[in-house]
Design a binder for this molecule. Sequence first.
Ligand code: ATP
Ligand code: MG
Length: 173
Amino acid sequence: MGLIQVYTGDGKGKTTAAVGLACRARAHNLKVCYIYFHKDPDVWGYGEVKNLQRLGVDVFGFSKEHPFCKDVGTKEVRRECLKGLEFIKKDVYRQDKYDILILDEINISLRDGFLKEEEIVEILDSKPEKLELILTGRGAGDEVIKRADLVSEIKKIKHPFDENIEGREGIEY
Ligand code: ATP
Ligand code: MG
């Protein structure tokens, strides 16, 4: 049976946990699809993307820019996010070839108003029964939490960023 998991909160480790789960799943030959939102590996070279592909995970990205980092319009970001949802419904769900689907930072798409709650709820409610669905990102929506079987809130006690230590290659990205 596939469950819905949510990794949220303001501490470090949400994406890392999702990547760790993908790594573990591949060791058991489970088929994993990893979709990231609001990240551009071409700019930051997110190490996880490259290595997940090496492990045989299918990786896709949508809405790579976020207005917080780059001069990009809200409408454009929304359009890209919607493309991501269409891809999930048409390609991932209909083909039904994965055991695990990870939606990295999709909570941010909702929190920052690029997607509507009902649009994400539709993704949760229509998932194939056996598919394990993982959503990451701060500020998970109430309706998402309501539907999830597992919710972990990672709470920041300390983060080096607060001491002006910037993200380090290989550790934070
Ligand atoms: P990671 O990708 O390291 O597992 P995360 O997914 O939990 O982190 P995000 O909210 O996605 O964290 O944060 C994106 C980036 O900010 C990551 O590089 C992460 O390491 C870093 N980060 C995480 N938590 C904090 C924090 N409390 N303050 C500042 N930066 C953070
Ligand atoms: Mg993250």
